[in-house]
Design a protein around this ligand. Structure first.
Ligand code: ZN
Length: 287
């Protein structure tokens, strides 16, 4: 049976409706509630999900603070320019191989966390995030989805001034400020979906739709990314991949995020993240 995995108070929980169930309690201590360990035992989560209807919930989701469902991945990849529409608006050539960078795991926060901005050049990027459940090396693309525990929503928040402060640009730093990686609200196991290559993404800022596209239009689809990455580095359970954003980013429209803005990010079938933007101190004087 399919599962919905969350992180509440740094404990792994299963979700049903608006209730959550602590995994260690639900499994009578057989499984850990460490969020990273729970992902590596994701096959057991399918079985455990069967027992939810006969169990007493630990609590109600709405009453608690959501953490990132994958809080401490060993590796957190992101893919740049992976939609043609976005490469075009950025005046960049289409990549011939995936353009991969890192979002440091320390930037990951929960689905409703505030974004702390340290310049006036901060931008949004709605993305499908894939969570590896079965590690491996040299994974064939035909088998790649079998290595995925589930999928969730991500915002690849970017400080464009920091990103382009050096030439060639250093994507990693500009996209890894603390709070720049909201993910969630929950990880949905892949068996929730009839078509894993068609997730509809939307970003809305203060009620205005800025991005809307489907992962059908990815240049390098998820299996191709997994095959490519796993030829270079061994993937392990809990590794995550931000798979790329469509057009409509703020930089292309002169619409950077401002103090008080509210970003609403939706993927049909997965849910919605709501992040409030706060302008805090500058990362360099005068930025
Ligand atoms: Zn991105």
């Amino acid at each position: 049976m399919s599962f919905i995995l969350g992180n509440i108070g740094d404990r792994a929980v299963l979700i049903e409706g608006d209730s959550y169930f602590d995994i260690e309690t639900l499994s009578n201590g057989m499984l850990s509630s460490d969020p990273m360990q729970s992902i590596s035992s994701f096959a057991s989560l399918h079985l455990l999900s069967d027992s939810l209807k006969d169990s007493v919930p630990t609590g109600k989701v709405s009453s608690v603070n959501l953490g990132p469902p994958v809080p401490r991945p060993q590796k957190s990849f992101a893919v740049g320019l992976n939609f043609k529409s976005h490469a075009d608006e950025s005046n960049m050539q289409l990549p011939t191989n995936p353009l991969v960078f890192t979002k440091f795991p320390s930037c990951l926060v929960g689905a409703n966390s505030d974004i702390e901005m340290r310049s006036d050049g901060v931008d949004y990027e709605a993305e499908l995030v894939v969570v590896i459940g079965v590690g491996g090396k040299d994974i064939d693309k035909k088998n790649a989805w079998n290595h995925v525990a589930g999928v969730t929503i991500g915002q690849d928040i970017s400080d464009r001034f920091a990103q382009f402060a050096a030439q060639p640009p250093h994507f990693d730093l500009g996209k890894s400020f603390d709070t720049f990686g909201p993910i969630g609200p929950f990880v949905y196991s892949t068996d929730h979906f009839s078509d894993l290559d068609d997730f509809q993404l939307t970003t809305d800022v203060n009620g205005e739709i800025r991005q809307s596209d489907t992962t059908k239009n990815l240049i390098f689809d998820v299996p191709t990314l997994i095959e490519y990455l796993s030829r270079i580095t061994t993937l392990v359970p809990g590794d995550i991949i931000f798979t790329g954003t469509p057009d409509g980013i703020g930089a292309a429209q002169g619409k950077f995020l401002k103090d008080g803005d509210i970003i609403t990010t939706t993927i049909a079938g997965i849910g919605t993240m709501i992040n409030h933007c706060r302008r805090v101190s500058d990362y360099v004087k005068g930025a």
